[in-house]
Design a binder for this molecule. Structure first.
Ligand code: RIB
Length: 288
């Protein structure tokens, strides 16, 4: 089967700081680099590196980053070139691996919906669509994909209560971190276990991740022990690897272990899309 990812493509400007920036403080970074990022692009790369056939649907400005996605073997025929500049992110990386991110959406919010829908013309029943909250028209794309018989996997990040409420009716699997799960419960006034979604997955950093499917016992997997150097994109890595595993029809427990192993490897490296582990690395981590 094929994984389609409708999502953001950013240039990540990553500044490694000597300590957390305080309000009003001016601080020189220890290092600076630019690389491919965006929650959508990161998920596409994670899934492709984990062994899946991936088509990315998104938008960039002139001279944008689609060739960087293609270099990972991802089909970029669905990436539009629009008048807005390619999106970018300013990422402040603290010692210990935590981060703060500011994004400028740019082209990610200037997508043409009809062209994006047309990029799903080749999709088959049971193919997966990955979506997040960094692009325009997310609910419309989810509804269209569900109408085609695709399985929609939604990462409600960055969290936006209004966007989440619009997308949930067209979501088969919802993936949240613990903070987003709390935000969603607070905004909708229902426990996430009662959401109208077949499966909800909550990632909890060092505490692992949980799979909640209606009518079945919770599945919990521990995090893979790792020397954490950079948590940026760890959730994207987990989601992309999980999608690749589900696309191979792994059982939920196995797919969750696979995704946790991938994320454990990714947080041990600096970077976003470029830090996604290969299939061989994930398999070796699971075997070890
Ligand atoms: O999840 C990490 C990503 O968030 C970064 O790559 C950045 O581009 C922002 O979209």
């Amino acid at each position: 089967m094929t994984i389609y990812c409708y999502g953001s493509i950013n240039q990540d400007h990553i500044y490694a700081l000597p300590h957390r920036l305080a309000p009003g403080e001016t601080l020189a970074a220890d290092s600076y680099r630019v690389e491919l990022g965006g929650k959508g692009a990161n998920q596409s790369v994670a899934a492709a590196r984990a062994g899946a056939v991936v088509h990315h649907i998104g938008a960039v400005g002139a001279g944008g980053a689609q060739s960087q996605l293609a270099a990972f073997g991802i089909d970029v025929a669905g990436v539009q070139v629009v008048a807005e500049a390619t999106g970018h992110a300013i990422i402040l990386l603290e010692p210990g691996g935590e981060n703060s991110i500011v994004i400028h959406p740019g082209a990610n919010r200037a997508l043409d919906l009809d062209a994006a829908k047309a990029a799903l013309d080749g999709a088959e029943i049971g193919d997966l669509l990955l979506i997040q909250n960094e692009t325009a028209h997310v609910a419309e794309m989810a509804e269209h994909a569900m109408g085609l018989g695709m399985e929609v996997i939604y990462s409600a990040a960055p969290f936006d209560a209004k966007a989440a409420a619009a997308v949930l009716p067209f979501t088969n699997m919802l993936i949240l971190n613990a903070v987003e799960a709390q935000q969603l419960q607070d905004s909708l006034g229902v426990p996430f276990e009662d959401l109208p979604v077949e499966t909800v997955i909550v990632t909890k950093g060092a505490d692992g991740a949980s799979w909640h499917a209606r009518g079945t016992p919770e599945i919990h997997v521990p995090a893979m022990a790792a020397q954490v150097v950079d948590t940026t994109g760890a959730g994207d890595c987990f989601t992309g690897a999980l999608a690749a595993a589900l696309d191979e029809v792994m059982l939920p427990q196995d797919a969750m272990r696979f995704a946790a192993a991938a994320a454990g490897l990714q947080v041990g490296r600096k970077g976003t899309a470029g830090a996604m582990p290969s299939r061989a690395e994930i398999d070796a981590a699971l075997a070890g």
